[in-house]
Design a binder for this molecule. Structure first.
Ligand SMILES: NC(=O)c1ccc[n+]([C@@H]2O[C@H](COP(=O)([O-])OP(=O)(O)OC[C@H]3O[C@@H](n4cnc5c(N)ncnc54)[C@H](O)[C@@H]3O)[C@@H](O)[C@H]2O)c1
Length: 356
């Protein structure tokens, strides 16, 4: 159990941050969501408040950018924030290749401004940072399952922008330790995050959507942009049992649980790093089959060429987080991720209502 916290959740109007905010509220903590709503949704914040019931009164929302250092200091002081969960980021690999400077600016530069704002306030004792398996780049077959010790060699600006902020956090924590200021950080490298809260109130709404489960569900609902409701499977000649790529899907509730456990364990001066995945991979074809089983509908599929930079198989070795934090995913099959996502998507085929 963690003592009652005053938590700042950056990016809390987005997919994972909103689920984290809800879990913290349910656990009895006070939460401030800070989001510029560039890719987040006011309706997601409202859904968090509703889903939290009476505890929704402990939620505040600030529409702001993480790069606004003075405002961050002000928010942290006003709400006496002691814990930060930093989800806010731009997170499209393809976009990062086309607009690298935006990614370094947002994910490394503005994140550093956030840290300066927290530092000036002087009340924050710990932080959890959303990092990514994209920091590892393209591991060779013998590197999978991926351990935290694998050399990080990102192959796109998204992964690099996250790796650079990991470095900023390592150096900041060392400086705080030397200065005798209590601060610890956990960097969680997520694999593919999937599923939705079991209340059916919180969803996954990225625009454009690039994650396979929501894309499949949108195809089934006939709501893909431009009427493109046929799913393209990129590559069927990979050295995997069915020829399609294999990825590790961690349910968003289990991922959020990893954050809570990391916060509980963190001591001043520590830098902890964990891969968060279930440690088992599903192929694209298996994900499609699971979606067809859950929904009772058939996915229209087109088989295309491989995409450059897509490794055949990626999944985590979660031994470290299991051993050190006692983390164990409750949702271990792809079906539960698909089913909880379907619950939300069939009620919200066009995502959250636009109300920004
Ligand atoms: N979804 C995944 O499978 C996955 C996998 C690995 C890592 N991650 C990481 O997890 C985090 C959350 O991902 P998500 O899928 O919920 O994304 P999301 O786009 O749904 O949420 C991100 C939120 O951050 C906000 N934001 C971005 N830049 C901001 C800024 N400068 N100031 C204030 N708010 C800002 C956006 O408006 C959005 O609401 C990201 O850091 C992402 O890199 C996600």
């Amino acid at each position: 159990m963690i003592e009652p916290m005053n938590a700042l959740v950056t990016g809390g109007a987005g997919y994972i941050g909103s689920h984290a905010a809800l879990r913290l509220l349910r656990d009895g903590h006070k939460v401030v969501i800070l989001d510029n709503l560039y890719r987040g949704h006011q309706a997601a914040v409202d859904a968090v408040r509703t889903a939290a019931g009476d505890k929704g009164a402990n939620l505040s929302f600030v529409k702001a950018d993480i790069g606004d250092t003075d405002l961050i200091t002000d928010v942290v002081r006003t709400h006496r924030i002691d814990t930060v969960l930093h989800f806010a980021a731009l997170a499209y690999v393809g976009e990062s290749v086309q607009q690298p400077v935006r990614y370094y600016d947002n994910n490394t530069g503005r994140a550093s401004n956030l840290l300066r704002g927290l530092d000036a306030a002087g009340t924050v004792r710990r932080m959890v940072f959303s990092s990514t398996c994209a920091t590892y780049g393209e591991p060779g077959p013998s590197d999978v399952p991926i351990r935290e010790t694998l050399l990080q060699r990102p192959i796109n600006p998204y992964g690099a922008s996250k790796l650079f902020f990991e470095r900023v956090l390592i150096d900041y924590t060392a400086a705080a330790r030397s200065a005798g200021r209590p601060f610890g950080v956990a960097m969680l490298r997520y694999f593919n995050v999937a599923g939705c809260d079991s209340s059916g109130l919180l969803g996954e709404h990225h625009d454009p959507e690039s994650h396979i489960i929501p894309v499949i569900l949108q195809c089934l609902l006939g709501v893909r942009p431009g009427g493109q409701n046929t799913l393209t499977v990129f590559g069927t000649d990979y050295p995997t049992p069915d020829g399609s790529c294999i990825r590790d899907y961690v349910h968003v509730e289990d991922l959020v649980d990893a954050h809570v456990r990391a916060i509980a364990a963190l001591q001043a001066g520590e830098v902890r790093t964990y891969n968060v995945g279930v440690g088992k991979g599903y192929s694209v074809k298996e994900v499609i089959a699971a979606a067809e089983k859950v929904t009772g509908k058939q996915v229209a599929v087109r088989f295309g060429d491989r995409r450059p930079g897509d490794p055949a198989t990626l999944f985590a070795d979660p031994t470290k987080i299991r051993t050190e934090l006692g983390w164990s995913p409750k949702h271990t099959t792809i079906e539960t991720s698909v089913a909880t996502a379907w619950e939300w998507f069939r009620k919200n085929p066009h995502g959250y209502p636009a109300s920004r």
